[in-house]
Design a protein around this ligand. Sequence first.
Ligand SMILES: [Ca+2]
Ligand SMILES: [Ca+2]
Length: 290
Amino acid sequence: MVARDAVHRGRWTRLPLLAGLLIALALSGACTLRDLESERAYGSARPLLPTPTSGSGAFEGMLAVPGGSFAMGHPAGAFGLGGAEPIHEVTLRPYYLDVLEVTQDDYARVMGGNPSSNRDPRHPVETVSWHDADAYCRKLGKRLPTEAEWEFAARADGSWRRIFTGRYYQLHDYANYSEFRPEQSGLTNIPFDLEKDGYEFVAPVKTYRANGWGFHDLYGNVAEWVADWHGPYPHRAVTDPTGPPQGTEKVWRGGHFRSAPGQTVPYARESDPPATTSHFVGFRCAADRP
Ligand SMILES: [Ca+2]
Ligand SMILES: [Ca+2]
C-alpha cells in the first residue's frame, strides 16, 4: 500500500514538470511568430527588414522587395475571414512587385482592349479573368505574385498594424473600401472606421497613401488576382510557397471598394474560378529578381 502510494505521488509530482515543459514549448513557438508579426512593427532588438528599392528598366514602376520571413495567415475562427489559418512562417526570396494596380491605360496599351465596366484610363483594370491577368503579366515578361508575396508586401514588415490599430487607425487614408457600418456588413467584432474615404465606387490608382513599403492600393480599390489555387495553408514553416498544384478557384486578395474595412486587411483570402470576371477584381504583376 505504501509502495503504491509512493508510486502515485511520484506520477503526480512529475505531471506539473511535464505540463510546464509542454507550455514552454508552445510559448516558444508562439513567441517566434509573434516576434515576426509585431515586434518589428513597433521596435525591438530584432533588426528590421530592408526597405524595398525602386526598380528600373524593365522593372520601372516596381519595387524590389527584400527576401525575409513573416507570419502568414490569421488565427482560426476569425469571423468572416475563413481559410486564413493557421498562422505559419513563410520565408521568401527577393522579388519585384508593381507599386500600383494595373490601370486600364496600361492594360489597353499591352492587350489592345479594355474590358473594364467602369471606364477611366486612370482607374485599375477590372472585369478581367485570372487568365487575362496572367496573360498580361506574361506578355511583359512578368508573372502574377504568389499569395505569399502579395501578403508579405501588404504586411510590409509589420508596419500595416499602424494603419489598423489604436488611435492611429486611419484606413481611410490608405484604402478605398466600403463605408458600410459594421452592423450592416455583419462584421461586428473587427476594427472599422466610419471616416469616409472619398469614393463610393472604384478610385483612380494612387489616390490613397502608400503602405509602409511604398505600395499603393494593396488594401481595397479593386481586389487582386494572385497566382495560387485556393487551398488550406500548411501547418509548418515553408519557403517560397506557390499554393496547391491544382484546384478549382484562384485566390484574390486585399478586399475592394465594396468590402467592409475589416476585410480590407493583409490576411483575408477570397477566391473564384479562374474564368470569373468581376467589376471589383483586378491585379498587379510581380517578377523574379535577377
Ligand atoms: Ca470607398
Ligand atoms: Ca487593391
